[in-house]
Design a protein around this ligand. Sequence first.
Ligand code: ADP
Ligand code: MG
Length: 355
Amino acid sequence: MNNISRQTLISSILVIAALAFLVHRSRSFTSRPAPVERVWPVMGTFASVTLRGDHADQLDAVCDQTAAMLETVNSLMSVYIPDSEISRLNATTEAVPVSPLTRQMLERTRHYTQGTGGAFDATVLPLVRLWGFSGGKTPETLPSDAMIEAARRLMGIDKLELGENSARMTAPGTTLDLGGIAKGFAVDRCYEAVIAGNAVNAIFNLGGNIRVHGKATPDRPWRIGVQDPFEQGETLGFLALDSGMALATSGNYERFVMINGKRYTHIIDPRTGRPVEGMAGVTILSESATETDALSTALFVIGIEDAAATLARFPGSEAIMVPDRRPTEIYLSKGMQAKFVPHPEYRNAIRRLPE
Ligand code: ADP
Ligand code: MG
């Protein structure tokens, strides 16, 4: 080969390589996969994931792993599944072998039951059933004081004994209901197990228990609307969530029973044994979905007056609380005031939680 033809060959190879590089670049710009969104029923509610990233197969894999993790948590911990580990624990005073995941869930559950002074109490199941929830039959008339007292006497997280690979309910009739914390716990497990090592941006949402990873777009954080407890599908305003943050809402509007024409919500005040009255919605922001779930239930019980004292025990958690009366008032904890952006019509409805 003479010099000229060799030079021609080399330069054409370079041109082809440069073109290939450019084509590859432009394709990776224009062919960035569309966001993947999947919604499916699980744990008595709906799960949804929204994922953005550069590789479609990675997004699909994250979806599949999320679904598998939620299925695992549900099959271990649902009180609706007769041979779940929690159902077996509830059925006997013998020690029951438990998986590391259930062991971790029980430890967290005890932590929040103790840390909220029993406003969140995972042994509330006999009362929850008495009022017609979690497998109980809706009562035709209000339960009597004696029935409420009998169910209340069964409560007590001190009856939960935790071994290394086992757990035990030490009193007959004392039973666990993880309905106020399991969804948040499941979201955290998805966040940790599924996102680790994956360059995807994600929102996990399990029945209003949300945790985000990364950003919505390279220059915009994920923004989440805060549910208006009085108008289905409407929001009071929104929060921008930094990567890793979690948000959950407990409300009186989604699950309730009607007794004698009056509405009773599914969150029970363990101190009175009766459904909470006076709160419409509580939203918690924190670094853990388990904590937002447990604290949204707890502050729903505790109410506006004493909320700040409980929040002080959980640094990093902030609250939005809406009492069940009109016109709408929106109480914000101290650290929430710089974060929550109300819709213009609610600017005058903002209050500070009493310290
Ligand atoms: P949701 O499950 O509707 O999202 P929550 O997270 O507030 O709402 O949990 C409510 C569930 O928690 C109830 O359905 C019941 O199973 C359980 N529960 C009710 N009252 C309490 C309580 N005081 N402490 C702990 N769990 C509770
Ligand atoms: Mg909860």
